[in-house]
Design a protein around this ligand. Structure first.
Ligand SMILES: [Zn+2]
Length: 75
């Protein structure tokens, strides 16, 4: 039986999730990104998404219904 090919993954290679450029894993402070720029860019995108979270101020329907046209009932 032929032995299966053992692929040695020496020097793991990744792809930058931002720019898809090949990234060297070892000794890369910005992994899994290729550079600080891409890392910041990804973080920035995250922050933007957070800002986009829906849930603005609740539009009150008929705000302050009471108090209009004071009707004082004096018996
Ligand atoms: Zn990149």
């Amino acid at each position: 039986m032929p032995s299966p090919e053992m692929k040695r993954e020496k020097g793991k290679r990744l792809r930058c999730p931002v720019c898809k450029a090949p990234v060297i894993y070892e000794g890369n402070p910005w992994r899994p990104f290729c550079s600080e720029r891409c890392k910041l860019r990804d973080l920035g995108a995250w922050a933007e998404e957070e800002y986009r979270i829906p849930g603005g101020p609740v539009a009150g329907e008929e705000e302050g219904g009471e108090g209009d046209g004071c009707i004082q009932e004096d018996s």
